[in-house]
Design a protein around this ligand. Structure first.
Ligand SMILES: [Zn+2]
Length: 323
């Protein structure tokens, strides 16, 4: 069995590819701007080229397998990308099969949240920790749960969708179609929407001032909050409390040792963390709460690549023995 995986991250505007070993060293790293207008096959060609370049540098094609991480929704077991928000035209693409045919290697596909949870538990902030909840505060609320060393996947590999746990039966409509999901309070898109609402209802003028003629984003609302805008501070405070309600429930179910928080919006720091930390004890049983530490991600910009590699090391031995 090989000690390395070839890891591919399809999130963001670039394709990132690397050889990663079992101790979490990135051996060879390459990135290329995603040919989004070229369609599915142009991007497959880019991944194959990236792989060949990295294998040449590494001097070998011997790997435990290829891991691909993509933003959802996916069908990880079937290796199908149902839809990719950053890849226009991608609908029901059998990505694993297409790449296996071209690369002649086993390919495992995983969603960004679940893979990142595996990455943190193998290489990052949760190294040697068997019970953790990983949260990615980004455009949405990505997540993954590791329980007793196992990734919570469910019957179709779709489990761990923490961001779409509802916390309010009368809450806002989420992008998933659900009502009152945590993501509808703390996802970047929700923070931006609440910022727009604060401007329209004239509760904040600073948010519009900072955005200028541009769109109101979560970053804009964060800046306004950092400058003392009461409406913006309240948006983050409500988001942090919403997170505490949903995560508190999961903490009671899973009794984790760690909550690892990553994603771009985590840079808003105490705007979110303070209300989250101070609210969490109200929604968690005390003996369970006493065992939890809340820590930042240790993988940051390479989370996708580490997650894709971790998914290979986690999934492939099982597949080999079960087939
Ligand atoms: Zn939802």
């Amino acid at each position: 069995m090989s000690d390395v995986a070839f890891a591919v991250d399809l999130g963001g505007t670039n394709i990132r590819g690397a050889i990663v070993n079992r101790t979490g060293e990135i051996k060879h790293f390459r990135t290329v701007r995603t040919a989004v207008r070229g369609g599915v096959y142009a991007i497959i060609d880019q991944i194959v080229q990236l792989a060949e370049d990295v294998f040449d540098e590494y001097g070998s094609r011997l790997t435990a397998g290829v891991g691909v991480v993509a933003p959802g929704p996916l069908e990880p077991r079937a290796g199908i990308v149902r839809f990719a928000p950053n890849l226009p035209g991608w609908e029901n693409v059998p990505l694993s099969r297409l790449l296996e045919e071209r690369l002649q290697m086993p390919v495992v596909l995983g969603n960004d949240g679940n893979c990142a949870a595996l990455g943190e538990s193998m290489f990052g902030a949760g190294k040697h920790v068997d019970n953790l909840i990983y949260l990615a505060l980004g455009t949405g609320l990505g997540a993954g749960i590791i329980h007793q060393g196992q990734l919570i996947e469910g019957i179709a590999g779709l489990g761990g969708e923490v961001g779409h746990v509802s916390i309010d039966p009368n809450g806002s409509r989420c992008t998933c179609g659900g009502i009152g999901c945590m993501e509808a309070y703390i996802g970047g898109w929700a923070i931006a929407r609440h910022g727009e609402m604060a401007v329209h209802s004239e509760r904040s003028s600073l948010i519009r001032e900072i955005a200028g003629d541009d769109r109101i984003t979560a970053e804009v609302v964060a800046k306004a909050a950092q400058q003392g805008d009461a409406a913006a501070i309240d948006i983050f405070a409500r988001g942090g409390r919403a997170l505490a309600v949903g995560i508190g429930g999961l903490v009671n179910v899973f009794n984790p040792e760690l909550i690892v928080i990553g994603g771009g919006l985590a840079r808003a720091g105490d705007l979110i963390f303070e209300p989250f930390r101070s609210s969490l004890p109200h929604y968690t049983m005390l003996p369970i709460y006493q065992h939890i530490a809340i820590v930042p991600s240790a993988l940051e910009t390479n989370t996708g690549v580490y997650g894709a590699a971790a998914n290979v090391f986690y999934q492939l031995p099982d597949r080999m023995t079960s087939s």
